[in-house]
Design a protein around this ligand. Structure first.
Ligand code: ARG
Length: 461
């Protein structure tokens, strides 16, 4: 055997120093240590259960692994690049601690099924953490929306004022996106929670293993059906990162709105000082750094997804060392999504809503033009004709620098004699939002019940 390598038997030369560092993953896979140890303990217990290990051997291994976990927890564990990865670092340490019996742990398994198991266990916890972070942000949105069910702002299409909406309604759009994001992780979790152990290197093992037993110990819902597939595919990780990427796409859009709204030109909201920074040269500046950074961080997670897709593409079955490259993008996506969700959940309660500025902007943009058209339709005018009449009314208002509600009745009646005094009620912002009174609509009544339903849905998850 050459050097200290656990696989050194067939080698006569020792590994090139650069290659050793180049092929090592310990720099980043050490964060799997808890899950690696949990997987090893379950594997040892299964081996004892089927009689491959004796009970005392299993106990010695279990005890040794728990002590190693404590060593890592307390920062005393010395990771070694020569031992390549988290699996061999821990196994070598076990052998050093408990002697030859430690060499029996790797019976009937390979690092290939071991690493696939570790990543799945790790990701299962990661998914739970992401879902909790989404829930926390959803709660913050609900609380903000509850106070803004009557607040009127312009709704936009093409970033042009379109129709008035309530700010509560707008916020609840973000709630819905996050609800789907959360559901995507539940969906992904079902496919993550399948156990590769037992696949060994690729073909399974000749020991009389009991995979269902190990799976139960580790809380896996199922065992992987095919040993080649179990060690080869990382589609579950791709799905996870895709779900993260979508969260970040949503948060980057949300960020963009907060950035626009907090500008002097909109003035709809103010972010708390704690979430902004100043400029070193321009004393008046208060920059929305946190939403800007979240918008920027969405780029890295899109990149992580591309990395994993490209990594997987064209690999022949079964395990290839390429797969070692799955970890950094995966960890990066997880860390980034958790940080960004947290930043948002912390930031939302400190937002000051400038209701007057929102209402002013809604009044200024002819946002109730559609309401005028709908009024004419109710009086029997075909919609296309109504559209034309209202277009002319908007033209008159623009040319004379007025809002629609500032045209006098005589001017309206020159466009259509069907228009009466009750038009002014229709042209108010309040009348406009109130009239959109159906499930999914923007009226305050509907938004209040949407929030109530959302609160209920939160209790059911
Ligand atoms: N560090 C490796 C990885 O992350 C563990 C599996 C190595 N297996 C092997 N046959 N070299 O994928």
């Amino acid at each position: 055997m050459t050097g200290d390598k656990l696989w050194g038997g067939r080698f006569t030369e020792s590994t090139d120093a650069f290659v050793e560092a180049f092929t090592a993953s310990i720099g980043f896979d050490r964060r799997l240590y808890r899950h690696d140890i949990a997987g090893s303990i379950a594997h040892a217990q299964m081996l004892a259960h089927v009689g491959v290990l004796t009970q005392p051997e299993c106990e010695a291994i279990t005890k040794g692994l728990r002590q190693i976990e404590a060593e890592v927890d307390s920062g005393q564990f010395a990771w070694s690049v020569e031992l390549e990865d988290v699996h061999m670092n821990i196994e070598a340490r076990l052998i050093a601690r408990i002697g030859d019996v430690g060499k029996k742990l790797h019976t009937g398994r390979s690092r290939n099924d071991q690493v696939a198991t570790d990543v799945r266990l790790y990701l299962r916890d990661g998914i739970d953490a992401v879902q909790a972070a989404i829930t926390r942000l959803q709660e913050a949105i609900l609380t903000l929306a509850e106070g803004e069910t009557e607040t009127i702002m312009p709704g936009f299409t093409h970033l042009q004022v379109a129709q008035p909406v309530t700010f509560g309604h707008h916020l609840m759009a973000w709630f819905e996106m996050l609800a789907r994001d959360r559901a995507r992780f539940s969906d992904c979790r079902r496919r993550v929670n399948v156990m590769p152990l037992g696949a060994a290197a690729l073909a399974g093992t000749s020991y009389p293993i009991d995979r269902a037993y190990t799976a139960k110990l580790l809380g896996f819902d199922e065992v992987a059906e095919n040993s080649l597939d179990a060690v080869a595919d990382r589609d579950f990780a791709i799905e996870f990162v895709a779900a993260c990427a979508l969260v970040l796409v949503h948060l980057s859009r949300f960020s963009e709105e907060l950035i626009l709204w907090s500008s002097a030109q909109f003035g709809f909201i103010e972010l708390s000082d704690a979430f902004c920074t100043g400029s070193s040269i321009m004393p008046q500046k208060k920059n929305p750094d946190v939403p800007e950074l979240v918008r920027g961080k969405s780029a890295r997670v899109q990149g992580d997804l591309m990395t994993l897709l490209t990594l997987m593409k064209a690999q022949p079955l079964a395990y290839n060392k390429d797969n070692q490259e799955d970890k950094e993008p995966l960890f990066d996506a997880l860390d980034t999504v958790l940080d960004c969700l947290r930043a948002f959940a912390d930031m939302l309660p400190g937002i000051t809503v400038r209701r007057e500025a929102m209402a002013r902007a809604a009044r200024a943009g002819y946002a109730t033009a559609t309401d005028l058209a709908d009024y004419l339709v109710r009086k029997g005018v075909p919609f296309r004709d109504a559209h034309e009449i209202v277009g002319r009314a908007v033209r008159i208002a623009i040319d004379s620098g007025r809002e629609l509600s500032e045209l006098v009745l005589e001017e309206f009646r020159q466009l259509s004699t069907l228009i009466d005094n009750d038009i002014y009620e229709v042209l108010t912002l309040e009348g406009s939002v109130k009239s959109r009174n159906h499930i999914g609509g923007t009226s305050p009544v509907q938004v209040r019940s949407a929030i109530a339903r959302a609160r209920k849905r939160m209790l059911e998850i």
